[in-house]
Design a protein around this ligand. Structure first.
Ligand code: AMP
Length: 352
């Protein structure tokens, strides 16, 4: 999707991926299939292109430092280093005065016992690195054996997180240009199933003071990272919303994604500029674009639904539904839990 957005702006992309079946190869001008540890090929790649970006944060920091020796990398290595390690990310947020999930550092089974004394149970044990879509996470129940739990998660450095009793999950998709210009899309409301994003609604149904605060926090985070590109910040909304009393609601940042984000996929069909084009503009140092949502003036909203695993088999039925836009990622195999595509729907408002 980034390559498609770049092509629209007359730019060519060269995709570096470890997977020989990377769907991005279908729409890029050039490809390199190599490991992120192949230092010679990384250096050759960096010399062959003018600007480098990434669309997932689990690129080893050593690879990024090799790339940034020969080429401009945006977002920069600092943002990536912070966002790819849950402990470093939480320490960064805490230092910036932003509320995050209560957590404790866990380097071994002994540290897990101390963390449980501090955080309590049930709680969630998460690996510091390489986790996504619920991978690298375990629910720690009352009575579970700590040494076994730590080993089950791979025995790697982790954090223990308190379970946040949230009423909603939201995310802010925003962009920051190299000169500090900042724009944000309407705040999204997200529903997860089995720790995987299932659907997004934009705008979130929250008091405007709360959505404004969510955008402000994202701005503070982007500035503190001296960020360049599209950023996504996932937050838990804690407190009862139904009364509309914003003073009883608190925001707690769960995670920062230094990239375009699944909860921003609705912008492909539901905003004047997609998050993908916005990211390309930001990293190229070009003017950022408007973020207005389509249908907003008539009181409508936009929905995005992920097609996970075999959900994708309903593609023909989805195509026959009026007003629905289908995006398939061209992945060869529909494994359980794998994101195969998504649909977006612009739902008209009462004035339309
Ligand atoms: P994560 O990979 O940390 O974004 O977690 C994926 C999803 O798991 C979140 O969007 C939540 O639905 C749930 N989750 C993760 N951490 C917590 C937590 N500390 N408290 C409550 N739910 C959580």
């Amino acid at each position: 999707m980034l390559a498609l957005a770049a092509a629209k702006l007359g730019l060519k992309t060269h995709v570096y991926a470890e997977d020989p079946d990377s769907p991005a190869f279908d729409v890029a001008s050039a490809r390199t299939i190599a490991s992120y540890e192949d230092e010679v090929t990384l250096a050759e790649f960096a010399r062959a292109v003018e600007l480098i970006t990434y669309e997932f944060e689990n690129v080893p920091s050593r690879a990024v430092s090799i790339l940034s020796e020969a080429c401009l990398v945006r977002p920069g290595p600092k943002a990536l280093a912070i966002c790819q390690d849950r402990l470093v990310e939480k320490e960064f947020l805490t230092a910036a005065g932003i509320k995050t999930t209560p957590y404790a550092r866990v380097d071994d089974a002994g540290a897990l016992a101390r963390a449980v004394a501090q955080i309590g149970r049930p709680s969630i044990l998460k690996t510091r690195r390489f986790g996504y879509d619920g991978k690298g996470q375990l629910l720690l129940r009352e009575g579970a054996d700590l040494a076994v739990t730590f080993r089950t998660l791979g025995g790697t450095p982790a954090i223990l997180e308190a379970i946040v009793p949230f009423s909603r999950e939201i995310s802010v998709i925003a962009a920051r240009g190299p000169g500090g210009m900042f724009v944000a899309y309407d705040v999204c409301e997200n529903i997860h199933e089995n720790h995987i994003l299932k659907s997004t609604r934009a705008p979130a149904l929250l008091p405007s003071e709360i959505t404004a605060e969510a955008v402000r926090l994202t701005w503070v985070i982007a500035d503190a990272l001296d960020y360049c590109g599209v950023i996504a910040v996932e937050m838990f909304v804690v407190g009862e919303i139904s009364g509309g009393d914003a003073s009883k609601i608190e925001l707690c940042v769960n995670e920062i994604a230094p990239r375009v984000h699944n909860s921003g996929h609705w912008t492909l069909d539901g905003a004047v500029t997609s998050q993908f084009e916005q990211h390309i503009r930001a990293i190229a140092g070009w003017p950022l674009a408007a973020t207005s949502r389509l249908g907003a003036q008539s009181g409508g909203h936009v929905e995005m639904e992920n097609l996970i695993g075999e959900d994708v088999l309903a593609w023909a039925k989805i195509l026959s539904e009026p007003g629905v836009s289908l995006h398939l990622y061209g992945k060869a195999e529909a494994r359980p839990g794998r994101k195969m595509g998504h649909i977006t729907r612009i739902v008209p408002g009462p004035d339309q």
